[in-house]
Write a protein that binds this ligand. Structure first.
Ligand SMILES: C[S@@+](CC[C@H](N)C(=O)[O-])C[C@H]1O[C@@H](n2cnc3c(N)ncnc32)[C@H](O)[C@@H]1O
Length: 565
């Protein structure tokens, strides 16, 4: 049942699922306001709608694990009733979030509607997933940003309970941490719009819910899948998913949407949409040094300036001063540049630590906030240069992820994790700089999307044909071709698949990878190493595409699966 959208009534469908199988359910049911769906009739009698709501909410309760979470999106008409029903069914309300949206409906005889309600319920108020420690779920506190108070928690704070009216009334709209969430609705002209469902939710909104309330690998359920937004976001974020809908057409289109996204893809839309909304900051409130303002000035500024904005300004300044014209990727992977950046942040009195500052820079880049700092210097490392150490970068990344690191970005942002990554890479391929190992991993990730696409083509026109396995101990290096190719490293038996690599020169790669110190490292993986190989064109994109194919087929433990699948 998992990782699919099912056709049919969600109550019937959920009742066929085992009880307690789901970690997180998100439901955006019809609001009973006469909306024109293609199959469902959104004009039920009031009591009928409420009875039906009680039935499906009860079924969601049944489907959830004892520590499961339920988010409900609902309009004004039935928000109060559905909150009460959910509580009667057995849920406990943790947050009542207002989703403020632009492009709302203009009304004539009442205030124009620009919000919906998002209820955050849990089954057990003593046991539920809320990933408040995850760095990307934290926001800097006012104590950190405005007062530069060293006692402040360096990893920021949890979101506030704050109500905000319209973006025009705000200094800089909503920061991502408030509990009134400002995401534009997915209007008809937006790139994100899948183009077939009038109620499509923004991916960023679902992203926040899924990141806070579930872990990677958890199961996410959407009883009213519609255009499959919840399921697509769950897939991108590495969760399992399942959904239901009555409409065959929505289901078909939803399936196409799911087929076109992969684990690790970026979510559509701006992570911090306030960037593009109208803002009216009071004049003259942007100046002043963080560390020298008086308490009264600080209080005045606190009213006028968003704390996040002050932090952002300092961080972008530190980036501009330390990057020497290089890209953010270079700044984060190059320990010398990064040290300089961290020193600048400290001099500016920015709260937090290297991990938070690096991470925030990645977020700012995604939101287009680093465009004021042009990249004038290119980092020039060719695939040929990388050929001798790329495998070490990949294996180090795979090992770190198997050990609990969240992602390459999380490793690079955290100096402690990055050092650990360097040490692993060095044990497989000594003699390179930390920057080279880290940059290799970034190059692999950058190329992975096109490698996956090429792999799909190669699979049908020129499938890989590996030689039979030969023990390394029995082989001479001249047994391996002095040309480009792919290889699979096996342990003592055929099920013991360790690593798939590609190189512009198989003989040199294998010699380099399995002599001296690296061989001792490999022996810790398996005492009896064997290798299968085949030759290919000396063309890195093609080698990477074949590597993807072989990773998909063999699932070796020291490759990074996300790069291939
Ligand atoms: C508000 S839309 C969901 C939109 C979705 N959140 C999105 O981002 O595209 C509600 C969906 O529920 C579906 N629906 C209505 N009654 C249903 C039922 N009993 N079982 C399953 N789906 C149903 C409708 O076909 C519609 O696609």
């Amino acid at each position: 049942m998992l990782n699919q959208i099912h056709h049919g009534d969600c109550i019937v469908g959920m009742n066929t699922m085992p009880e307690g199988a789901v970690d997180l359910a998100f439901a955006d049911p019809p609001f009973n306001i006469g909306y024109d769906y293609d199959v469902y009739d959104d004009t039920r009698a009031r009591h009928d709608y409420l009875d039906w709501s009680r039935a499906w909410i009860g079924t969601v309760h049944r489907a959830l694990k004892p520590d499961g979470t339920f988010w409900l999106a609902i309009g004004d008409e039935y928000a109060a009733e559905l909150k009460l029903i959910s509580q009667e069914v057995g849920f406990h309300c943790r947050s009542w979030v207002i989703w403020y949206y632009t492009f709302g409906v203009n009304c004539k005889a009442k205030f124009s509607r620009s919000h919906a309600h998002l209820f955050h319920f849990v089954k057990d108020p003593t046991q539920f997933t809320f990933r408040s420690d995850l760095l990307e779920n934290r926001i800097p506190s006012a104590r950190q940003l405005v007062y530069a108070d060293k006692r402040a928690n360096s990893v920021g704070r949890l979101p506030d309970d704050t109500w905000i009216l319209r973006p025009q009334d705000l200094v800089d709209c909503l920061t991502p941490g408030e509990d009134t969430w400002y995401f534009p609705r997915v209007a008809g002209t937006f790139k994100e719009r899948a183009g077939f469902h009038g109620c499509q939710m923004p991916e960023q909104l679902l992203g926040r819910i899924i990141k806070y309330c579930s872990n990677e690998g958890d199961t996410v359920l959407d009883p009213f899948s519609g255009s499959a937004t919840t399921l697509a976001v769950a897939k991108k974020l590495g969760r399992q998913f399942l959904g239901f809908d009555l409409s065959p057409e929505y289901i078909q289109r939803g399936r196409d949407r799911l087929a076109n996204c992969r684990v690790g893809d970026l979510l559509d839309g701006a992570a911090e949409p306030a960037v593009s909304a109208p803002t009216t900051p009071p004049k003259g409130t942007r100046k002043g040094k963080l560390t020298t303002i008086t308490a009264t000035e600080a209080a005045t500024q606190a009213e006028a300036l968003s704390t996040e904005q002050r932090f952002e300004k300092g961080l972008v300044e530190a980036f501009a001063k330390s990057s020497q014209g290089y890209s953010l990727d270079r700044l984060v992977t190059d320990p010398d540049l990064n040290r300089e950046f961290v020193d600048h942040c400290r001099k500016l009195g920015l709260p937090g630590d290297a991990r938070l500052w690096n991470w925030k820079l990645f977020n700012y880049r995604k939101a287009g906030k680093l465009s004021s700092v042009p990249t004038t210097q290119r980092t020039q490392i060719s695939w040929q240069d990388c050929d001798q150490f790329l495998f070490a970068s990949e294996i180090a990344l795979a090992k770190m992820i198997a050990d609990g690191s969240e992602s390459l970005d999380a490793i690079l942002c955290d100096p402690e994790q990055a050092t650990q990554f360097d040490q692993i890479a060095k044990s497989f391929c000594p003699g390179l700089t930390p920057f080279q190992y880290r940059w290799g991993a970034l190059m692999l990730r950058k190329e992975s999307k096109s490698a996956r696409a090429r792999a799909d083509v190669l699979r049908s026109i020129a499938p890989a044909k590996l030689s039979s396995a030969k023990p390394l101990a029995d082989a001479k290096w001249t047994d391996y071709p002095d040309e480009a190719g792919l290889y699979l490293v096996l342990g003592a038996n055929d099920r013991d698949k360790l690593y798939v690599g590609g190189s512009l020169n198989l003989r040199q790669r294998l010699k380099h990878q399995f002599s001296g110190q690296p061989l001792r490292t490999w022996k810790r993986e398996s005492a009896d190493l064997r290798v299968r190989f085949f030759t290919a064109e000396p063309n890195t994109p093609e080698l990477l595409a074949y590597q993807c194919l072989l990773i998909r087929e063999h699932k070796p433990k020291l490759n990074v699966r996300d790069i291939a699948v």
